[in-house]
Design a protein around this ligand. Structure first.
Ligand code: GLC
Length: 448
């Protein structure tokens, strides 16, 4: 989320809380600064601080869950399936914004007000440390979720949910950037960025509108796209052995960022600098492009004949490399379920989260949302491999996957990367100036 947007949101939150603004004006202003209407409504509910939850009274316990946007309908389906079990817990599912920054604003507003509008929070992998440090989620104990059961889940995402020795959320699925390519156009997918550009130019705009779609808007997703190109050129943001040392103003970063700038308005539409995941996916599914960078969720949706024009005409490939490198690196994302520390119904919330970790739910998510669920058994399940064959090659991709910079100052680091990289992409600054400014920004941030 950009700085100006956050300022307006903080201002209207203050006004609605103090009764100086109507609900309608709040919603209008929130939408005007770029929040989707679902996000605006969720934010309004979070500000109200009202609880939908009722404590156990021998009857049904109501639990609320705010998820990010799910175009596949998988999560509302599973919520209904859980509710039909009639086990004394009823979960209300809310489909929130797809921009992780917007979802974070809703949660931080709710949590700072000690509100329990949502008992269960879908949490991005970059949040558990912040939530843990603030005591915003209830840690999951080994009595609730025994160590022997946890051992069946991928260690990386479990590690990502751990802070100060406690597990602050349960890992639902992990994420890794992928290169999508059109199998009806490309016989052998490229491994280097240079080859990708050459291939893209040979098909676009003669056969398809665009060569390459990706996420170039000024938001968290741009950080993911940037570090993937950077890591692919052998560069880094911080020294992996010393998080106080900034290494972003390097020859590798020059090459990586120049590469990205060169795509804008050539193999990628000029508007790619406003694209988030869903913009890229919608254009891709419309058959507009030869290549796309996106997360695994775009696979199932692309194979859905109800909305996609490229069913059976694409596959996925590992991230690309450039310069002297010989291996590409996906960035690691992923989503967890955390229990609001102010929830009055944490046990009922856990009952639902535990269901979402079950083989039944994890298999359904893998097969219908093509998300990389964390239960390891999923990756050798014959039904899963038949429906989403690319799960078979995820082992190698995940082995080379790398996180965004690991630092207690991550939110500030992310904002600086978003701003400086976006300035270069939109030609408001040169690559050299953007990287030198970013180096200075980050050095100040990590020296705090
Ligand atoms: C995906 C990833 C998440 C990342 C986001 C950026 O949702 O899972 O980790 O922050 O994309 O847009």
């Amino acid at each position: 989320m950009i700085h100006e947007q956050r300022e307006v949101i903080d201002e209207i939150i203050g006004k609605i809380r103090s009764g100086r603004m109507t609900r309608r004006t709040f919603l209008e202003r929130a939408v005007a600064v770029g929040l989707s209407s679902t996000a605006a409504v969720s934010l309004l509910e979070a500000c109200g601080g009202t609880s939908n939850s009722t404590g156990g009274n021998g009857q049904t316990t109501n639990v609320t869950w705010l998820n990010g946007h799910d175009a596949s309908g998988t999560y509302s389906y599973l919520t209904n399936a859980f509710n039909k079990q009639n086990n004394g817990v009823h979960v209300t599912y809310t489909d929130g914004p797809s921009d992780t920054g917007q979802l974070l604003t809703i949660f931080t507003t709710m949590l700072r007000a000690h509100s329990n509008s949502y008992d269960i929070m879908s949490m991005d992998i970059i949040w558990p440390a912040e939530f843990g440090a603030n005591g915003w989620t209830t840690p999951i104990s080994t009595t609730q979720w025994p160590t022997s059961e946890r051992a069946n889940y991928l260690p990386g995402p479990l590690q990502g949910c751990t802070y100060n020795g406690q597990l602050w959320a349960a890992p639902l699925f992990t994420d890794a950037g992928l290169i999508y390519y059109r199998t009806d156009l490309v016989t052998t997918p490229p491994n280097s960025w240079t080859d990708m550009v050459t291939m893209a130019k040979s098909f676009a705009p003669s056969k398809v509108k665009y060569g390459y779609l990706w996420q170039g808007a000024q938001y968290e997703g741009l950080v993911c796209d940037f570090v993937e190109v950077l890591y692919g050129y052998g560069g880094n943001v911080l020294d992996p052995n010393n998080a106080k040392s900034v290494t972003v103003n390097s020859a590798e970063a020059q090459q990586a960022l120049s590469e990205m700038v060169s795509w804008v308005g050539t193999i990628s539409p000029a508007a790619v600098t406003t694209f988030k995941e869903e913009d890229a996916r919608n254009s891709w599914q419309n058959g507009d492009s030869v290549f796309m960078r996106n997360w695994p969720y775009a696979y199932s949706l692309g194979q859905d004949p109800a909305s996609s024009k490229i069913v059976g005409k694409f596959d996925v490939h590992p991230l690309l490399y450039g310069g002297n490198s010989t291996v590409g690196h996906s960035n690691i994302g992923g989503w967890q379920l955390g229990i609001n520390a102010f929830s009055k119904v944490p046990d009922a919330a856990w009952k639902f989260i535990h269901y979402m970790l079950s083989l039944e739910a994890q298999k359904y998510i893998a097969m219908n949302a093509s998300e990389l669920t964390t239960l390891e058994a999923i990756y050798s399940d014959a039904d899963v491999l038949a429906k989403v064959p690319f799960f078979g090659k995820m082992g190698g991709i995940l082995k080379n996957a790398l996180p965004r910079p690991v630092s207690p100052f991550y939110p500030d680091i992310s904002n600086a990367i978003q701003l400086r990289v976006h300035n270069a992409l939109t030609k408001q600054s040169t690559v050299a100036a953007a990287l030198s400014a970013l180096q200075a920004d980050l050095q100040t941030i990590v020296s705090k």
